[in-house]
Design a protein around this ligand. Structure first.
Ligand code: MG
Length: 316
């Protein structure tokens, strides 16, 4: 039995500057848990549990119950045997454990400067006035949510957006599973003519066969996101033949160690993306992205969605 770490944890809440609208509904407050592990020499590793239950992770309450029953200490054996039903806890604890290894940290800092970011635009017509300041900040890849208003309205805005954007800009469209088969076909038809990097999760998770069929019919790649929220789902989609893009949200996907093994073994085309975690989860997620993402921008351009950065009172 290895020496246990001291464990401290504290729940946090962060309010969005404006509620985030997706086809799942409106999201106003990001809640999660910040973890701190301390080893016997006094070294500290931080981690974050940032659940997204409507996306397939545990709830905040389940995560908190898990933390409470641990008490004030945790061993590596316990960290590496957290059940798959608690993927956000697996990520939070394992990344805190990894953060204790300073060698890994310095290696990753060097790689991080090479990352490019995609930026999430507000949904609807607001995208038309908000892309420009973001472009001026250096963003070149923009993500825009669809499947919220009618397809007619959204196509109209989309054409204006595509016309307005400079030629070197690229768009990612994310339907959050909110399109019908006919709508998905219509979007893919339109995308063929425009600088669209990919269409994300056009159909709901249950329609995997239809997603697979769509992916063979159009030149614009399709990315799975909701379909691959956890490592088990990711592996299942791969087994069933998915070879286009996988969106990985590290904070809810589960064990970083097993994710690393899977990505390295199968060399999947992965896009790493945020779940609106704080800087602590983001740091751990970007560490994984630097190791596992090949050439796609990461979806972590989300700063503008919160009033300020990490508030000190989150820290236990
Ligand atoms: Mg998505």
């Amino acid at each position: 039995m290895t020496t246990p770490y001291q464990l401290e944890f504290r729940p946090y809440q962060r309010r969005f500057r404006q509620p985030l609208q997706t086809s799942h509904g409106s999201w106003e407050i990001r809640e999660g848990i910040i973890l701190r592990l301390t080893d016997e020499t006094g070294r500290v590793g931080w981690g974050e549990i940032a659940p997204l239950p409507w996306f397939g992770s545990e709830t905040l309450k389940q995560a908190l119950d898990f933390c409470h029953q641990l008490g004030s200490e945790i061993t590596p054996e316990t960290i590496f045997s957290i059940p798959d039903a608690l993927p956000a806890c697996q990520f939070g604890f394992e990344s805190a454990w990894e953060a204790l290894s300073s060698n890994l940290q310095s290696k990753i800092q060097n790689l991080k400067s090479k990352i490019t970011y995609s930026c999430l635009l507000p949904s609807g017509v607001a995208a038309l006035r908000e892309w420009q300041p973001l472009w001026n900040q250096g963003y070149r890849i923009f993500k825009w949510k669809i499947g919220i208003a009618s397809i007619k309205q959204e196509l109209n805005i989309f054409h204006q957006l595509a016309d307005a954007l400079p030629a070197s800009a690229q768009l990612r469209l994310d339907a959050n599973g909110g399109l019908s088969w006919e709508e998905a076909k219509e979007w893919l038809q339109v995308c063929q003519e425009l600088p669209v990097e990919f269409l994300e999760q056009p159909l709901p998770v249950e329609q995997f066969d239809a997603l697979l069929e769509l992916s063979t019919q159009h030149s614009t790649p399709i990315a799975l996101d909701e379909s691959v929220a956890t490592l088990a789902q990711l592996q299942a989609c791969y087994r069933q033949g998915w070879r286009e893009i996988f969106v990985i949200k590290p904070c809810i996907v589960g064990s970083p160690k097993r994710l690393r093994q899977f990505c390295q073994q199968h060399k999947i085309d992965a896009v790493f993306s945020s779940v609106f975690e704080t800087e602590i989860g983001r740091e751990a997620a970007l560490n994984l992205a630097t190791q596992l993402s090949h050439n796609r921008a990461v979806g972590f351009g989300i700063d503008r969605w919160f009033v300020s950065g990490m508030a000190n009172n989150f820290i236990p």
